[in-house]
Ligand binder design. Structure first.
Ligand code: HEC
Length: 123
């Protein structure tokens, strides 16, 4: 009897392990594309493309410039806001709607810019 139970649990373990592995493989496959990112930053330019701009909700924050920042850092920051590890309310709301692919694309887009790139990326 005991050996039957052991056998019947094995497929579940294998399935769980392969699903977990598929999840990992998928996460590693996300590759950012700067051109795709260009179409996704329209929401961001109002704050991030204005030198010395300060957002005044809920406190006065200095908005960081993103142009020239490392792509992986940007994607990781957005993921941290989405998960709630970083707390800024507006950034949390904004990142909630971004997929891993969006974050990677946006990262590549900003990494290809410089801090003094033209303000409007859609031009
Ligand atoms: C209402 C203004 C506003 C908008 C719109 C906005 N941000 Fe932000 N963002 C901020 C502020 C303020 C901070 C700094 C918050 C903090 O200290 O955590 C920030 C921080 C960030 C950071 C972390 C930078 C760092 O140096 O750690 C990233 C990445 C970022 N924003 C990306 C984006 C992207 C991508 C968009 C558009 C999809 C966007 N933001 C839209 C105001 C904004």
């Amino acid at each position: 009897m005991i050996s039957m139970k052991k056998i019947s649990i094995l497929p579940h373990l294998l399935l769980t392990a392969s699903l977990a592995f598929a999840g990992l493989a998928q996460a590693n496959e996300v590759k950012g594309n700067a051109a795709a990112g260009n179409a996704k930053v329209w929401l961001c330019v109002g704050c991030h493309s204005i030198p010395e701009y300060r957002a005044d909700y809920p406190l006065v924050y200095r908005v960081p410039m993103l142009g020239g920042q490392n792509a992986a850092y940007i994607a990781a920051s957005l993921a941290a806001y989405k998960k709630g590890e970083r707390k800024h309310p507006t950034m949390r709301a904004i990142s909630a709607s971004l997929s891993d692919q969006d974050m990677a694309d946006i990262g590549e887009y900003y990494a290809a810019q410089t801090a003094s790139s033209p303000n409007n990326p859609l031009k």
